[in-house]
Design a protein around this ligand. Structure first.
Ligand code: GDP
Ligand code: ZN
Length: 455
């Protein structure tokens, strides 16, 4: 398993704040707390009760801070080990001095994600739930948060464990077949096996199919505003950003020419990309603007092809349309407040939305159209909504599905009977990679090292 030593870290963000929390986990936690903490009033540390007191250097008697301390006796803690959390004043120096004292008293510095890794290794949560904890922390919209919370609560794990049950049932059956080849194959039992494996296969397919949407909700999407200069791209960007609550973060562009803004579009994290700065300068040539549009198109999950509906469709519009090719696209006919003079060329199959950034007309429809491009299920915010949102999970589920499919085919055809248990075990292993039961150590290390310190 792992070395059962005692780890410690600062669990609150770096910097100044109202409180800072130092978290300690492992067998020496309680001892360390008793060494460095002087409770006011009577009674020692009681599990799951806050104590008020001071942190004192045991050798010098120096008081480091006035604190609240909570001791959580194993197994009722985040890690299932003895845990102590010390709440002190949130100054950078105070917090790090108390951490140093905890280390002096016998703990070692925790690695990123090590508390959560212990929760996993001690069986409190599976790997799917551990990964969801990080997703909860990094969620930027309601929909991505709700997806992460459902995964953390174990909804995805439950679906996977039902699939696993069906595989185990089938495995017990084929092992009996091999052990007692003389016995007549019981048709009813075989039908029962098929009756359990078929829904498991369908469930696997459903989870795999849901990945695109899950990924979109978790990671968000890139939407590029493409169009020749002066069609209203920047105005549209500002319109989409204007609804103040929609703004999630403002990320400075990676290049001088591009601005990126993340907006919350009906729960979907959307990164909008538009050209910045130089596009409005006097010396900008038309071609420059078109070139910038063309460069950004390959990076898009969706292109908003903005045209000026009050002007004829130009050669530059055509160049951009050709560059979009078969990419997912919505044609935005901007300036619908003016008389229409723009006729789209034949053969445009993308959805078309007429808007005016001046009057706001059509903007809600555009938001809905963008949302619809990525999210098809209606029930994203329902209590039961589950989707696979990690590529790692999707890949393992595909492996499981292939092995299980092979099993079903061989069983039905009555051939390669000796392969039946092998295929089933492969399928079980693949499912175990998702939940952490059979995940290789280096994969585990990689997953947990992407966590934050103190989590
Ligand atoms: P960009 O070069 O594509 O980013 O275009 P801008 O957003 O800078 O807009 C170019 C010009 O079109 C500006 O003068 C805007 O005020 C104007 N404009 C943008 N949207 C509309 C609209 O919906 N209606 C009208 N009448 N003018 C618009
Ligand atoms: Zn612009």
């Amino acid at each position: 398993m792992y070395v059962r030593d005692t780890i410690a870290a600062i669990s609150t963000p770096v910097g100044e704040g109202g409180i800072g929390i130092i978290r300690v986990s492992g067998p020496a936690s309680q001892q360390i707390a008793q060494n460095i903490f002087r409770a006011k009033g009577n009674g020692g540390l009681k599990s799951h009760r806050f104590s008020y007191g001071t942190v004192v250097h045991p050798a010098t008697g120096d008081v480091l801070d006035e604190t609240m301390l909570v001791y959580m006796k194993a197994p009722n803690s985040y890690t299932r080990e003895d845990v102590v959390e010390i709440q002190c004043h949130g100054g950078t120096l105070v917090v790090s001095r108390i951490l140093s004292l905890v280390i002096e008293a016998g703990a070692r510095l925790a690695q990123p994600g090590e508390f959560t890794k212990r929760a996993f290794l001690n069986g409190r949560i599976d790997l799917v739930q551990a990964e969801a904890i990080m997703d909860v922390i990094s969620s930027r919209t309601e929909a991505s948060l709700s997806l992460a919370q459902h995964q953390r609560e174990g909804l995805l794990s439950q679906r996977i464990s039902a699939i696993r049950e069906a595989m185990l049932y089938a495995l017990a059956y084929v092992e009996a077949l091999i052990d007692f080849p003389e016995e007549d194959i019981d048709v009813a039992v075989e039908r029962d096996v098929q009756g359990r494996v078929a829904p498991a296969l369908a469930e696997l397919q459903g989870l795999i199919d849901g990945f695109e949407e899950g990924k979109v909700l978790r990671d968000g999407v890139s939407v590029v505003l493409a169009g020749r200069p002066n069609v209203g791209k920047s105005s549209l960007l500002n319109t989409l950003l204007k609804e103040k609550r929609a703004i999630v973060t403002a990320v400075p562009g990676t290049t001088r020419d591009v601005i990126e803004e993340v907006v919350n579009l009906n729960g979907l994290p959307v990164k909008l990309l538009d050209t910045a700065g130089i596009r409005h300068s006097e010396d900008q040539v038309e071609q420059e603007g078109v070139r910038l549009s063309l460069e950004r198109i390959p990076r898009a999950d969706l292109v908003l092809f903005v045209v000026d509906s009050s002007a004829p469709f130009t050669d530059d519009d055509r160049v951009i349309l050709d560059a979009i090719g078969s990419k997912s696209c919505i044609v935005v006919r901007n300036k619908s407040d003016l008389t229409s003079h723009c006729e789209l060329p034949e053969g445009v199959t993308s959805p078309v939305v007429a808007i005016s950034t001046l009057t706001g007309e059509g903007v809600p429809e555009l938001r809905a159209a963008i949302h619809r491009t990525f999210v098809h299920g209606k029930a994203v915010d329902s209590r039961e909504y589950v989707a696979v949102s990690h590529a790692r999970h999707r890949d393992a589920l595909i492996k499981a599905q292939r092995s299980l499919q092979r099993f079903v085919e061989n069983l039905a055809a009555g051939v390669n009977m000796e392969l039946l248990p092998i295929d089933l075990r492969d399928a079980l292993d693949a499912v175990g990679e998702v939940t952490g039961a059979t995940t290789a150590d280096d994969v585990l290390d990689r997953i947990f090292s992407s966590f934050c310190i103190g989590k």
